[in-house]
Ligand binder design. Structure first.
Ligand code: KG4
Ligand code: ZN
Length: 346
């Protein structure tokens, strides 16, 4: 079964084909994928402009599908089903992929299914070389979400904790902006932090001793004050690197401590990290070290599948279609959608 996955919830147009026959042959199941990032389009504005994002998805969907089919050496008639991101995300951007996907499926007379973007992220490590087995704890860290989830099976998600304000990725993006680094901030802060001293400046670890929820909005003020009060924060590369490293360390330390707490609380021994911030190498390395101490393991997707992509949507779609689920002809997108509201596979 070949499932076309479409991701258009924000500023990436991602398309991929998941082929279950490849999976049966012991491979990852990913037949091919294409990704177009709108980074340059939004960079001038320092963040995503929703209307520009929607218009650009419309421009890119058809040529990207042609490119994908050529890459996979198949024709569109070989597609057995279409999965698209139904939410959460920017409503206009979601509608482009959902309408395109639903119409294509109608034209081909194959089933279509709308997928929860964060479920796509959550399942993406299952496409990697070291896949976890249910049940596991999942840390979902993206530009819009910071969630700790107990994943008992596909669709059976229990939220253990979440951010009460800013998401971890958003916090990286805002710190980057204050340091004068271009959008998107996460990878740029991580790059600057490489030559910095993470213990140079003390930054807060918000809500560390309060359950499994997170709060990152105070970090903004702390970074703002640190930059304002530190001579050379705009000119001296070493000072800037030390600020970036100290900031990154504070966020990572907070995330790691909460993950350890969640593993202890649930008694689970596997942690899955997914979403854009899971590409952060300092986070990965710190988790490897800390989880080894409690005989737990950490699992993540290959780097190119950490940030938004079509492969995770195709894979989640395949799993749900296999279980007999599909959507009707009406298209409805859900810009705000809690992952624990998803139906479990029976
Ligand atoms: O999952 P994603 O691609 O899109 C959303 O669903 O939001 O995540 C994007 C977020 C951005 O905030 C970006 O700055 C952050 O992930 N990010 C990183 C890294 N790569 C991407 N944050 C820290 N370190 C990275 N290496
Ligand atoms: Zn995402």
């Amino acid at each position: 079964m070949k499932v076309l996955g479409l991701e258009t919830s924000c500023d990436e147009t991602g398309l991929a084909i998941f082929d279950s026959e490849l999976l049966a042959a012991g491979k990852s199941g990913l037949l091919g994928q294409v990704l177009y990032s709108q980074i340059e389009l939004h960079a001038t504005y320092g963040g995503v402009v929703p209307e520009l994002a929607s218009r650009d998805h419309i421009r890119k969907l058809v040529p990207l599908l042609d490119e994908l089919l050529t890459q996979c050496n198949i024709s569109k008639e070989d597609i057995d089903a279409v999965a698209f991101t139904k939410g959460p995300g920017l409503i206009g951007a979601l509608m482009t992929g959902a309408l395109f996907g639903r119409s294509l499926a109608y034209g081909l007379d194959v089933p279509a299914i709308g997928i929860h973007h964060m479920e796509g992220h959550l399942l993406s490590p299952l496409l990697g070389p070291n896949p976890p087995k249910f049940p596991f704890v999942s840390l979902l860290v993206s530009g819009g979400h910071t969630l700790l989830v107990a994943a008992h099976g596909i669709g059976d998600y229990e939220i253990l904790g979440e951010s009460i304000d800013d998401a971890a990725g958003e916090c990286f993006d805002k710190a980057a902006k204050m340091l004068g680094l271009p959008y998107p901030g996460g990878p740029n802060v991580a790059r600057l932090a490489e030559n910095g001293d993470p213990s140079k400046y003390e930054l807060p670890r918000p809500m560390l001793h309060r359950g499994l929820d997170f709060s990152f909005s105070g970090m903004k003020t702390a970074v703002h004050n640190l930059i304002k009060d530190t001579p050379g924060s705009d000119t001296d590369e070493q000072v800037r690197a030390d600020i970036a490293a100290s900031f990154q360390h504070a966020v990572v330390d907070t995330l790691v401590k909460k993950c350890v707490k969640a593993l202890k609380q649930t008694g689970m021994k596997q942690l899955v990290i997914a979403g854009g911030v899971s590409a952060n190498l300092h986070l990965r390395q710190t988790l490897e070290q800390e989880l080894a101490k409690i005989q737990a393991t950490v699992h993540y997707a290959p780097l190119e599948l950490c940030t938004d992509n079509g492969a995770m949507i195709a894979y989640a779609g395949y799993q749900r279609l296999q279980a007999g689920q599909s959507d009707g002809l009406a298209v409805s997108c859900v810009p705000r959608w809690t992952i624990s509201d998803l139906p479990a596979l029976t």
